[in-house]
Design a protein. Structure first.
Length: 326
């Protein structure tokens, strides 16, 4: 186990990422955001952060409910919340480009193409710096892009270990194999032990929570680079700017309550586990790189509940996760 990420929890922001305190100082250097007709960069970050955090909290609470007290009998609401969370995550990730644009000097012609392309074409290296440090986000960006631009849908699965009656909920993105059978897409959910597989919410919700702070941390580094490059200045932290961090503290508590139980194919997979350390002026949100022990023996006997994806009127065969092939 090692530390994957360490975020300072400031007195004025609490669990809100410190980059917001730096964004509060943008007006000391530029009002380019007005020229490009976008919100204040701090406002852009605030809105997308709030949307993503709210969607993620709702999804975590719903998953916790199904895993502890209410077995999943209808996955429509859960899948809507999953899709909504990935939508909010994608917007949160992409907001950085608009934030960087708002921190640029006014130029005659603003973006008429995607903002990241405009930044690149105009020689702003911040765009590449930001993107190159966030490879961990690609899985979620790609899977949502597949969902958005194809007829693929999400499915859900629930495994109950008979050894201790622990229930683990998972999800998968469907695809169609060469025989016309609808199966979990092996690009995102590689087969394990000759079985179709899925991703557990317990692990992936932790990954999304970690990325909330990782993206903010990389954005902060990127902005410091950008201000040095464009203004030969450091973007200071505004210690007078305050924001209520309670919603994000509630999200921490919800994620912290998720059990560290995976699905059989996730054995020995690393996952970021959050904890808070220190006190008063020296509190930190720390993400430890946790690797689960080999728990495959605990799945020697299990019960599977898989809810079929929405019927399309033509498909007749499904290859569902964790059903043993005979």
């Amino acid at each position: 186990m090692g530390v994957k990420l360490r975020i300072q929890l400031t007195e004025t922001l609490g669990h809100v990422p410190p980059v917001l305190g730096h964004l509060a100082s943008v007006g000391q250097f530029t009002d380019g955001y007005r020229h490009y007709r976008v919100r204040h960069p701090g406002g852009i970050f605030n809105l997308q952060l709030a949307d993503f955090a709210s969607a993620l909290l709702d999804l975590v609470q719903t998953v916790n409910l199904h895993q502890t007290s209410a077995p999943l009998t209808d996955n429509k609401e859960l899948l809507q919340k999953l899709s909504g969370t990935l939508f909010a995550f994608t917007n949160y990730y992409n907001a950085a480009y608009e934030i960087i644009l708002g921190c640029c000097k006014p130029e005659k012609n603003g973006p008429s193409i995607e903002v990241w392309k405009w930044l690149k074409e105009h020689g702003y290296t911040a765009e590449n710096l930001y993107r190159s440090h966030l490879s961990e986000a690609i899985f979620f960006l790609d899977i949502f892009n597949e969902l958005k631009h194809s007829s693929k849908r999400f499915g859900t699965v629930s495994l109950t270990r008979m050894s201790d009656m622990v229930r683990v909920c998972g999800y998968y993105l469907e695809c169609v194999d060469e025989s016309g059978v609808i199966i979990p897409d092996p690009v995102y959910h590689p087969n394990a032990r000759d079985q179709h597989a899925a991703n557990s919410f317990n692990y992936d919700l932790r990954r999304l929570y970690y990325l909330l702070y990782k993206i903010a941390d990389v954005l902060n580094t990127t902005l410091q680079h950008h201000f040095q490059e464009v203004y030969s200045a450091t973007l200071p932290f505004d210690s007078t700017f305050r924001q209520d961090g309670t919603p994000l503290e509630n999200l921490f508590q919800a994620v912290h309550s998720l059990p560290l139980v995976s699905l059989p194919n996730e054995v020995r997979k690393s996952v970021p586990v959050p904890r808070v350390t220190g006190r008063n002026q020296h509190r930190y949100l720390v993400f430890d790189n946790h690797k689960a022990a080999d728990n495959r023996d605990q799945y020697a006997s299990y019960e599977v509940t898989a809810l079929l994806p929405r019927a399309d009127g033509f498909s007749r065969q499904w290859g569902l996760p964790y059903y043993r092939r005979t």
